[in-house]
Ligand binder design. Structure first.
Ligand code: NAP
Length: 256
């Protein structure tokens, strides 16, 4: 028996056309899961799903802006119509509309951050948990950030939302562990994606960040794939309510 086998499992990964979500979705497909590729751009969803199919995996493309409830409901309904159920839910899509002092963030940027990064995640969980309870099986992951563990002078609201995600998984793990539903957070350090471009595209800043990282490099999206497969599979069957920092060791030091 392969502890990491996901054959027969259906996985929905929000924001899976790029970056971390895409790497996770592709890894799940490689381990046998049927994956739903979803983000706001339909053409990119198709492209990524087609790439998975060309590599021998199973995937469908369903566009969805996670902040639109009707689109969320459509995404989950189409998944169920196609494959009957949802075994693995990875809530990866998030926003960060403001960079700067806590004194300057406009109300609408604050609200948007809380809406997308917290409320939408809970809405997805509320939709999917009942079917997982009925089957007594399910794995949910929220992609948080090590920013949720630290104070920030420039990403304050984002970090509040990412800390809230850590509490959501503890709450849901506590309530639904009896139903064999595992709920965990994955907290990446600085990963080279479009989302974090401003934080690493200046080579000097990138070098400072890498030097302050015990493993002496920034993350690649693929560095986050293994933890998602672990948590989705039998290997992670007694792991719940936890926050996994996948950060090259940054949070073990006071630097970085
Ligand atoms: P990315 O490469 O920019 O990918 C983000 C993905 O989410 C894309 O597929 C994007 O596609 C989709 N997306 C964005 N807004 C969406 C929305 N409203 N509805 C649906 N899909 C949406 O970013 P990433 O770095 O992989 O970020 C993924 C997660 O990792 C986020 O939760 C982020 O907070 C977290 N994280 C990242 C880092 C880092 O250093 N990169 C560090 C810590 C945590 P469309 O734009 O086409 O919709």
């Amino acid at each position: 028996m392969n502890l990491f086998d996901l054959s027969g499992k259906v996985a929905v990964v929000t924001g899976s056309t790029k970056g971390i979500g895409r790497a996770m979705a592709e890894a799940m497909a490689e381990h046998g899961a049927k994956v739903v590729i979803t983000s706001r751009k339909a053409d990119l969803c198709e492209e990524v799903a087609n790439g998975i199919k060309a590599a021998g995996g199973e995937a469908i493309a369903v566009p969805c802006n996670v902040s639109h409830k009707d689109q969320m409901e459509n995404l989950l309904a189409v998944t169920r119509e196609t494959w009957g159920q949802i075994d693995i839910l990875i809530l990866n899509a998030a926003v960060n509309p403001f960079y700067g002092s806590a004194l300057d963030i406009p109300d609408d940027a604050f609200d948007k951050t809380m809406d997308v990064n917290i409320k939408c995640n809970l809405a997805f969980c509320r939709n999917v948990i009942p079917e997982m309870q009925a089957r007594k099986d399910g794995a949910i992951m929220i992609v948080s950030s090590i920013g949720g563990l630290r104070g920030s002078t420039v990403l304050g609201a984002y970090c509040i939302s990412k800390a809230a995600d850590m509490q959501i998984v503890r709450n849901l793990a506590a309530e639904f562990g009896k139903d064999n539903i595992r709920v965990n957070c994955i907290a990446p350090g600085l990963v080279k994606t479009n989302f974090a471009r401003a934080l690493y595209e200046d080579p000097e800043i990138a070098k400072i960040r890498a030097d302050a990282t015990p493993m002496r490099r920034l993350g690649e999206p693929e560095d986050l794939a293994g933890i998602a497969v672990y948590l989705a599979s039998k290997a992670g069957s007694w792991t719940t309510g936890q926050v996994f920092c996948i950060d090259g060791g940054v949070t073990t030091t006071g630097e970085g």
